[in-house]
Design a protein around this ligand. Structure first.
Ligand SMILES: [Zn+2]
Length: 316
């Protein structure tokens, strides 16, 4: 690991501040080159230089033969219920439907899944049809956004999958819920996405966001050797503070949830052998095991966000 004078660093790709500091380099066997990891003191984000480009998201990537061996879009697309991701989907549903039931008046809920991938969450939500609490109901109206072949397949299945251009032409405050599940770490200029989703979110609505936590004990111990640090695809890294700073820039307010199935899924998906996965599923039935892993990964410390309702009052 080397350290260079602050002034020589590139501008932060999150907040634009000068003087990022070099944390270290990591070799990509997949692309056959080194990547630099830079820390921004101003906003707390860590970013990778150079950006490998979005062309790494090809069909081989979706089949787990690309930079990330944990990807399996085809199984999720064909039968999301059979994958371990069902744990995460149920957990996200619990979190979001609880928020909606507490915070929104009954009525249609417009939900955008930004970075919908193979469509596991959209298919899960489509099967739920509505959020219910007592005799009140919130029918779901779903949209997604992504690039690549699965976006086209989901379109053919009848989902509204919007291009980035189409999203930019949507009216302010269209969506009650916007999910960004393990997406923001893939984005070269994450602030552009935060700006867009903050505009599209309705006052009182929920930005349901998950991403790795590089302030977690797991990262602090392993540093750039942490398996999550895949410089070809994970290019923007956040801490709870860095997310808070990004939210505040766009008038969003952090809100924290205690995750459960999301934590289980994160563990199980990184275990490659069926034996280890079985053992993990067994151990993860015990809440203290989940709490311990949640502490190590810092999952529940990463805030989601809401848009204050005062913004609506000020605008009208
Ligand atoms: Zn920054």
């Amino acid at each position: 690991m080397t350290t260079e004078p602050a002034a020589t660093g590139p501008r932060c790709r999150g907040c634009g501040a000068a003087g990022a500091r070099l944390r270290g380099t990591k070799h990509s066997a997949f692309l056959g080159r080194d990547f630099e990891y830079w820390d921004c003191a101003a906003c707390g984000m860590m970013f990778v230089e150079p950006f490998a480009g979005y062309q790494v998201y090809d069909d081989a990537y979706y089949q787990g033969r690309g930079a990330d061996p944990y990807v399996d879009y085809e199984t999720e697309y064909r039968d999301y219920r059979s994958t371990d991701r069902i744990e995460e989907l149920r957990d996200l549903w619990r979190v979001a439907s609880g928020f909606v039931g507490r915070s929104l008046e009954p009525g249609p809920v417009e939900w955008l899944d930004f970075g919908c991938g193979a469509g596991g969450l959209l298919q899960f939500l489509s099967a739920q049809r509505e959020i219910r609490s007592g005799d009140r109901s919130w029918p779901l109206r779903l949209s997604g956004h992504d690039i690549g072949t699965y976006a086209d397949r989901l379109r053919r299945d009848g989902f509204e999958i919007l291009s980035l251009d189409a999203l930019h032409s949507q009216p302010d405050g269209r969506y009650d819920v916007i999910s960004l599940i393990e997406v923001i770490e893939h984005i070269e200029y994450p602030d552009e996405v935060f700006r867009l989703v903050a505009r599209l979110l309705k006052p009182g609505g929920l930005l349901l966001l998950t991403t790795g936590n590089v302030a977690s004990p797991a990262f602090r111990v392993q540093g750039l050797g942490y398996g999550y640090c895949m410089p070809e695809v994970h290019v923007s890294y956040f801490t709870p503070r860095a997310l808070g700073v990004a939210y505040a820039r766009h008038g969003l307010v952090p809100v924290c949830f205690r995750y459960d199935g999301t934590v289980r899924f994160k563990v199980i998906k990184t275990l490659r052998t069926p034996g280890r996965q079985r053992l993990a599923r067994l151990a993860l039935r015990f809440p203290p095991v989940v709490w311990m892993i949640d502490f190590l990964f810092g999952t529940s410390r990463m805030p989601c966000a809401t848009k204050p309702r005062a913004a609506r009052v000020a605008r009208t």
